[in-house]
Design a protein around this ligand. Sequence first.
Ligand code: CA
Length: 236
Amino acid sequence: MIRPHILLVEDELHIAGGLIFNLEQEGYSVVHVTTGEQALKQAPWSECLLVILDLMLPDMSGLDVCRQLRSRDPRLPVLILTALGKEQDRIAGLEAGADDYLTKPFSLTEFLLRVRGMVNRSRWYRSPKADDECFRFGDNLVFLKEHRARTVHGDIDLTDLEVRMLQVFFENEGTVLSREKLLESVWGLAPDTETRTLDNFIVRLRKYFEPTPARPRHFLTVRGKGYRFCRETTKS
Ligand code: CA
């Protein structure tokens, strides 16, 4: 069970304080930052279920923050809060990729209802079986059908074999897969085939998807047994 995690970007401390208090009362954990730069640098990308974003920030426009957030993660829901109530501002916000919009001052009840709806949708998208088009782990997004991925190191195209291998790992998340099983299900090879192909593939996947390939956190070696895919990494 992932704890709901909300990133709140709001420079007005009295507003932020009230929102955090009420969100925490509802059981959400909240990370609060006051500038656009902090939002873009410190956001816990792999855990965030919702971003609540004020448009008037001291260092940059909330619209720019929104655009950058969405270019990194097209599915990260963004709720914009602003004192600007004009229709053109609302449209600008939605065009920048925001999913919803609340004009200050807003009712707390309405705010919490919107948050609940957005967090629930976000959680649904992030569950592994909900969406076979996009699989997310760590800061990586994999689009199996389209043979492409947005990884921690940039965008890449995937080969047929890489897609097949990823699929086997994703479907067996958390369980140890023997070399034999992988050779058979990915390459259709007899289980006793002697080959370095598999090991070379693992090296390649780590290079694509691991922030530090030498210290893998997702594609783990289980000594003497095989490999195990880990979607969530444990925090230290
Ligand atoms: Ca502000």
